[in-house]
Design a protein around this ligand. Structure first.
Ligand SMILES: [Zn+2]
Length: 219
């Protein structure tokens, strides 16, 4: 599947003659999620191509309007653009170990909403997340910042043992942590909360499987 976002963005952004048409074709959060799912299927199949980067760079040099914000882990195996088969200008990405947000992450998302970019926020956890595994037990974190991260992630664990040896336990913790991050966005930001309550923005919580490449909703 070609990168549908670029087509939509071209209509919305780069061609004033299409203004009326673009308005009638305004894309919904549900449609955006469908596009991401389709892109993920392409990624799972094992081959994606970036053949229009020069054109896309040119079109987007002076402007962006990425309709999707992704909050994901910093893990090198979870690059949002690749796993959703998206290119330049489509994803506004906030990444941290364990896909948690601090004030600056919240500010980044608020900025994207305030600019009118974001219609869909995806909070993306992933299988075998090292930050979650570390937060489930083992050695004490080595620094105050790492301790703060582990404490934040641990605060999302409800009713699960602090034991990272069982993969099912780890996966439960990963999903709890992702759901907690989504709730945290609503709890900590009035701007995000209002955007969701007025249905201008939708939040989806999902999990990425490192082995299969599949993204599935967990909310
Ligand atoms: Zn991770």
């Amino acid at each position: 599947m070609r990168r549908t976002f670029i087509f939509v963005l071209t209509l919305l952004v780069c061609a004033p003659l299409f203004a009326q048409e673009a308005k009638s074709q305004e894309i919904t959060p549900a449609q955006l999620w469908t596009i991401l799912e389709a892109g993920n299927k392409t990624f799972v199949a094992g081959s994606i191509a970036y053949t229009q980067l020069k054109t896309e760079r040119s079109q987007l040099a002076a402007y962006q309007s990425p309709p999707v914000t992704i909050l994901s882990c910093s893990d090198s195996r979870v690059p949002p653009e690749l796993i959703f088969n998206q290119s330049l200008g489509t994803l506004f990405v906030i990444r941290s170990a364990g896909n948690v947000v601090d004030d600056f992450g919240i500010a980044s998302i608020e900025y994207a909403i305030a600019q009118g970019y974001t219609k869909l926020i995806v909070v993306l956890g992933h299988s075998s997340c090292g930050a979650v595994v570390a937060s489930l037990g083992g050695a004490d974190p080595a620094t105050p910042a790492l301790t703060a991260l582990a404490m934040r992630i641990r605060s999302s664990f409800v009713g699960i043992p602090y034991d990272s040896r069982d993969p099912k336990n780890v996966q439960r913790a990963v999903e709890m942590n992702a759901k907690a991050a989504a709730v945290s966005l609503l709890a900590r930001s009035k701007l995000i909360r209002d955007a969701v309550l007025t249905e201008k923005v939708k939040i989806v919580t999902a999990n990425y499987d490192l082995s299969t490449g599949e993204v599935k909703r967990v909310d």
